[in-house]
Design a binder for this molecule. Structure first.
Ligand code: ZN
Length: 286
């Protein structure tokens, strides 16, 4: 497995705002290229006073930052790139406080940058249908520890439903409750018919066989963790990674913002076998 770039690699490659802009231009428009206006082929040249490039034949301008989160930002491009580098190389995410300190920007600015980057991480991730052998499970995130009855939710906590294809992608949804009608809809929408599904014994999962799935369960209430090919260790591993990270770095994640954090963790999980591609994929998602 190729390694993610080191901080040294990063600053060698993106030593200035100009180098970052050049990279963005290459990724988004290529160079040499055909001018979209006059059709002539040739190297676009960087303009001195604008973050833009011009066609050598007709003078047409291309602004590589248009349509990206950098376009209307006063934060220099290199700081944005470094923030994205941090997001794609840390395992547990980057708290706004940490961004503020590392980039030398205000807390408000750091917070906004973080949310923008998360949004694009979720975009990259997309949501391909899952198949093969899928584990499904729900969990409660945030709020106080005091429990409520399963199916009714606990005070201050947000219910999240997750599905993970063994050896493949994970997908999560913030849901209002853990009832059958709620969870089944996401299963039917996102898992290919005929797939194997492993869950625990929660009643919401009964009846999946009727929808054409090969469903098996483990009964955690009697300490059964594996039942033949069935277990939910992968999805539970994903949950514990998120919970550890939120506890360790973000202190409190509101229900409103939770799905963005989930998108960030899905991105990392789904690209875990190709960490060296994370940064480029994020940049190409604009
Ligand atoms: Zn031209």
């Amino acid at each position: 497995m190729a390694k993610a770039p080191t901080v040294q690699d990063f600053f060698n490659r993106f030593s200035t705002d100009e180098a970052c802009l050049e990279h963005l231009m290459m990724l988004r428009f290529g160079n040499p290229m055909y001018c979209p206006k006059c059709g002539a082929e040739g190297q676009f040249a960087k303009l001195k006073k604008l973050p833009a490039y011009a066609c050598p034949t007709c003078g047409h301008h291309i602004h590589p930052m248009v349509g990206t989160p950098f376009e209307r930002s006063h934060t220099p491009l290199q700081k944005w790139f470094y923030a994205m580098y941090l997001f794609t190389t840390t395992r547990h995410g980057v708290p706004a406080k940490e961004l503020q300190r590392q980039l030398g920007v205000t807390y408000k600015c750091a917070w906004r940058m973080g949310h923008q980057i998360r949004k694009y991480m979720a975009n990259v991730d997309g949501d391909p249908p899952l198949g093969g052998h899928v584990e499904a499970d729900e969990t409660y995130i945030g709020g106080r520890r005091s429990g409520g009855k399963r199916g009714r939710g606990a005070p201050g906590k947000t219910v999240v439903f997750g599905m993970v294809e063994r050896g493949g992608d994970v997908m999560t949804r913030v849901v209002p409750n853990t009832r059958k009608v709620t969870l089944e809809r996401h299963i039917l929408e996102n898992i290919r018919s005929g797939s194997i599904i492993s869950t625990d014994e929660w009643i919401a999962y009964r009846g999946l066989a009727k929808h054409g799935f090969r469903h098996g369960t483990v009964d955690h209430s009697v300490d059964q963790w594996v039942n033949g090919i069935h277990h939910t260790n992968s999805i539970e591993g994903f949950w514990s990674q998120i919970k550890r990270s939120i506890r360790g770095t973000h202190i409190h994640v509101s229900r409103k913002h939770l799905s963005k954090y989930l998108g960030e963790f899905e991105f990392r999980w789904n690209l875990r076998h190709a960490p060296e591609t994370m940064f480029a994929r994020l940049l190409m998602s604009f």
